[in-house]
Write a protein that binds this ligand. Structure first.
Ligand code: ARG
Length: 275
């Protein structure tokens, strides 16, 4: 079955507020370049045989392009996000409406719990790895784990530049992941080393180019341009790698993976192929 990916066209994308250290209103996005980069990413993912679905962008919600934060998908269940920053909370109703209209069962976490979807909750094998503190609350992850009956490993994010788990950790298949160690505390680093059999370390220079924010479709991995060491490590392990410039989105603190939501489950999720 083809991979299904949700994207949101960048019609209203821009740097209109600052909610992470990458964003600076004095460094606005170039709209035409952003549109071109988004289209090129979409094309690469289609070429990798993913079916791309789109949600209608909304004026006044410039970060809605980052669909990874819409929800966390588990089979037909979508655990809806509740954003920490009011600037993004307006996106919640639009994502909820789209997911419901497309047949997902919606789960809302109890009031007051912040949860930023697949940006902070990623399956690798049977286990849900969940980033917390900067955006999502650890309480929310416990809730999700109980509801779907999986093991959750909470990982504290300690570097504000790597504020979502998908900026510093990328499951590639059930036993392989890439990570940027300094984004985690000593405990998190140890847990990842113990739990993921094949763990690839990303160097600082490439982490800053969002190497960990990769989209995985089958054995093809797509990242922002300028991550040669990660690409070499992936090729050694039998992955095909593709790169495409996404610097207009890095200005908002996002890259390839943030611009996508995998509707049929991450490639690395063990439940993905189960009936
Ligand atoms: N400007 C957005 C924010 O700070 C970027 C989101 C990137 N998304 C992600 N999944 N890492 O919320």
């Amino acid at each position: 079955m083809a991979a299904r990916i949700l994207m949101c066209p960048p019609d209203y994308y821009g740097i209109e507020y600052e909610i992470n250290p990458w964003m600076d209103r004095r460094r606005p996005a170039d709209h035409a370049a952003a549109v071109q980069q988004w289209n090129a990413l979409r094309r690469l993912l289609s070429d990798a045989s993913a079916a791309i679905e789109t949600i209608t962008p909304q004026p006044g919600l410039p970060d809605m392009v980052f669909t990874a934060n819409a929800a966390m998908v588990f089979r037909k269940l979508a655990v809806l996000s509740h954003f920490r920053h009011p600037q993004r909370q307006g996106e919640e109703q639009h994502f909820a409406a789209w997911l419901e209209a497309h047949g997902f069962e919606l789960l809302r976490l109890p009031g007051g719990i912040y949860f930023e979807g697949a940006g902070d909750a990623l399956f690798c094998g049977e286990t849900l790895f969940a980033g917390y503190r900067i955006r999502s609350d650890a309480r929310g992850h416990q809730h999700v784990a109980e509801r779907i009956g999986c093991r959750v490993i909470p990982l504290e994010l300690v570097d504000p530049y790597y504020y979502h788990l998908d900026t510093c950790f990328c499951p590639l298949d059930r036993t392989t992941a890439a990570y940027y160690p300094p984004a985690f505390d000593a405990y998190g680093q140890r847990v990842l080393r113990e739990m993921v059999p094949e763990l690839i370390e990303v160097v600082e220079e490439e982490a800053r180019r969002f190497a960990c924010n990769a989209v995985v479709v089958g054995r093809t991995v797509v990242t922002n341009a300028g991550c040669p060491r990660l690409h070499a490590a992936l090729q050694q392990r039998g992955f095909a790698t593709r790169e495409t410039p996404l610097d207009e989105f890095v200005k908002a603190g996002g890259s390839a993976k943030c611009l996508t939501l995998r509707l049929d489950g991450e490639e690395a999720a063990a439940w993905k192929d189960a009936p």
